[in-house]
Design a protein around this ligand. Structure first.
Ligand code: B1M
Length: 212
């Protein structure tokens, strides 16, 4: 359907008002809420991820595309009930670890995950291990996504994993980590399940982890 292509393009181009207006128009014309994610929003954000990986898009383009995706999904989410209920790809508790106030990268990752159909419980910045443990329990999350930008705070990721283990929740959740100083080797050394280099890789990794 040409309209889904148009919406997909509006999202890629970061045109939030167009994406909002098109979503409203299509709904008024009888398009079912459940069709938007698989036919326009998710393919659009997959394309944004591809462009970012290939350095055709940089942070500003990704942010405005994610905002355009949100303009559409904000309208759709309350409508996704009954038959059209969107099955979340997974429930992700995310946050920047204790002592760390950097949230730009974490927010991009959260927005991209949300656009890819994950339900996000964003705890913000300076998040304690205890808060993450409680959120995993309260929201029955199956994924924890931690971000750290400082070499002095990335050690707190290990504390979160230990706290999840101590609370008996480690087998219930997969854990992914990321942020500028974080590496694959670091992720393995602290017992995380994976490392995301950037937001598109974080989405791919999240999909793999929940499917495993
Ligand atoms: Co800060 N800061 N900062 N800072 N800051 C860095 C990180 C630093 C490298 C700058 C430098 O010295 N060259 C340095 C850290 C040095 C180190 O630890 N080795 C530093 C420092 C020292 C500090 C302070 C200590 C400075 C001071 O006060 N003396 C202080 C610390 C405050 C604190 O956190 N307690 C501080 C403060 C700040 C600001 C508040 C001013 C501001 C943050 C604003 C905000 O986030 N709301 C800030 C900023 C902006 C930066 C730089 C310049 C940019 C960070 C950023 O947003 N990058 C940064 C230098 C740099 O990185 N070039 C720096 C863009 C963002 C899109 O990238 O976050 O890497 P990034 O996210 C990427 C990937 O890493 C990945 O995907 C994202 C998108 O592709 N990713 C994940 C991130 N999380 C992921 C999670 C995943 C998967 C992928 O799965 C879970």
């Amino acid at each position: 359907m040409a309209q889904f292509e148009e919406l997909k393009q509006a999202i890629i181009d970061g045109k939030a008002p167009v994406s909002k207006a098109l979503t409203e128009k299509m709904l008024a014309e009888g398009v079912r809420p459940g069709e938007f994610f698989p036919k326009a929003i998710i393919p659009a954000m997959d394309e944004v991820g591809r462009r970012m990986r290939e350095c055709e898009f940089f942070i500003p383009e990704v942010l405005i595309a994610a905002r355009a995706a949100r303009a559409s999904s904000d309208i759709l989410r309350p409508l996704l009930v009954g038959e059209d209920a969107m099955t979340a790809a997974g429930i992700v508790v995310c946050g920047t670890v204790k002592g760390d106030l950097h949230d730009i990268g974490k927010n991009i990752v959260a927005m991209m995950l949300e656009s890819a159909g994950f339900k996000i419980v964003d705890l913000g910045v300076d998040v304690t291990a205890e808060k993450i443990v409680n959120a995993v329990r309260d929201h029955q999350a199956n994924l924890v996504a931690m971000s750290a930008l400082l070499t002095t705070t990335m050690v707190n990721m290990k504390g979160v994993i230990e706290a999840l283990t101590a609370a008996g929740l480690r087998t219930q959740v997969k854990i992914m980590v990321g942020g500028a100083p974080v590496t694959d080797a670091w992720a393995h050394s602290i017992g995380a399940d994976g490392y995301g280099k950037d937001a598109p890789s974080a989405v791919e990794l999240a999909r793999q982890l929940v499917a495993a």
